[in-house]
Design a protein around this ligand. Sequence first.
Ligand code: SF4
Ligand code: FES
Length: 236
Amino acid sequence: MKKILHILRRESAQARPYWEDFYFETQDAGATVATALSSLHAENRISPAQGSRFRPVIWEHSCLQKRCGACSMIIDGVPALACDTRLSQLKGDTVRLEPLRKFPVVADLLVDRSVMMENLKDLSVWLEAEAGAGSEDMAFEASRCLQCGLCLEICPNFAAGGSFSGMAAMAPLSRLIARLPEEQRKQTARNYKKGVYSGCGKSLACRDVCPAEIKIDELLVKSNAAAVWNRWNSIK
Ligand code: SF4
Ligand code: FES
């Protein structure tokens, strides 16, 4: 299999962006975009198509197993994980790679997603006391969130620095809602209304890009019912 990686590059946040092409060839039918990016430094496997001076492509990754959410980027126009996107799934000879657009670019495909953590801190998404098991199904579903940010990239209502924290905050808040003892839920419910409910336009575009395939619509219905309408039985 042969592919050309067409990558939107930038040396730093202030530098001008430019496109650069790299050739990639492999016998591995299961090779992913992450495989190709990881091979950038291997001699004779990939080289600048125009023979230009080589500067290593900067991108973020860790687990390479669809667990950490670090390798989020835009692949052929669609927000996706590099380690979860097989080259064989992509049509055409050229694969277009761009950094996420909702977050500040650090360099090349690396963006600064710290706004997600700031939002979680702002909404107090942590346990201050031991929590009961509660409704395991809802808590388990919510706990599968990778904090990858792909849902924020596709969301028509999310903007970094805005008051809506998106589904990346909804999932952990839902987990809290499902697990917190009743007397501690009030503040979490207030935070949920402020950070999630009041800004969500329910486009549910997030559901279609979530790599963890979290049932976001079901989680949203249950969390809204509990935190907004005080129907706590709905999470049982
Ligand atoms: S809800 Fe899905 S898309 Fe959004 S941050 Fe969590 S895992 Fe990523
Ligand atoms: S590197 Fe961890 S999800 Fe892709």
